[in-house]
Design a protein around this ligand. Structure first.
Ligand code: ADP
Length: 157
């Protein structure tokens, strides 16, 4: 079974990377799909985000990265993925994730959403918190994968 992990990843955090690693053990292949979300103003362009994620996932043989255009379920169908993986950190994520999963279920009944619960050490970590810390010159070692820290710091400091 092939799974897709869709998200903004602006930029990828160690919390995202943990979900990717865990999903890669559950599924034959994991396709990380970057949303080109026009409503949200992104710090990194979709192609920059793709390069950053690719550096982080190079060690996983069954993970690849795509830029998804349009509806997530359409991207999943195009890539042959029957499962959407999403991460749940705290109760705050739940309502939004439930709305999203229910909408996707209505749009495409053959694609299931599977939730992986964040590890407690990553449950308060988000791209926006990592960006804020980097912006003010804080140490982002515990937030951003080490192989991309320099690029993220350079962009945000
Ligand atoms: P989106 O804009 O689609 O929510 P994100 O990049 O913020 O994209 O997150 C993608 C997915 O990863 C979401 O399901 C989100 O809840 C999950 N996620 C984000 N940060 C973490 C984390 N630290 N640990 C586990 N899951 C996370």
């Amino acid at each position: 079974m092939k799974a897709m992990y869709p998200g903004s990843f602006d930029p990828i955090t160690i919390g995202h990377l943990d979900i990717i690693e865990r999903a890669s053990k559950l599924y034959d292949e994991v396709v990380v799909a970057i949303n080109e979300n026009v409503a949200k103003k992104a710090t990194f362009s979709a192609s920059e985000r793709k390069v950053l994620i690719e550096k982080c996932v190079a060690k996983f043989k069954n993970v690849r990265v795509v830029i998804g255009k349009g509806l997530t379920v359409d991207v999943a169908k195009k890539e042959g993925c029957g499962v959407l993986v999403r991460g749940i950190r705290a109760i705050a994520d739940y309502e939004y994730e439930l709305a999203l999963a229910t909408t996707n279920m209505k749009l495409e009944k053959d694609i299931e959403t599977v939730f992986l619960v964040a590890k407690p050490e990553f449950s308060f970590l988000s791209s926006s918190i990592a960006k804020e810390v980097a912006h003010y010159g804080g140490d982002i070692k515990a937030l951003i994968p080490e192989m991309i820290i320099d690029e993220v710091k350079k962009r945000l400091s």
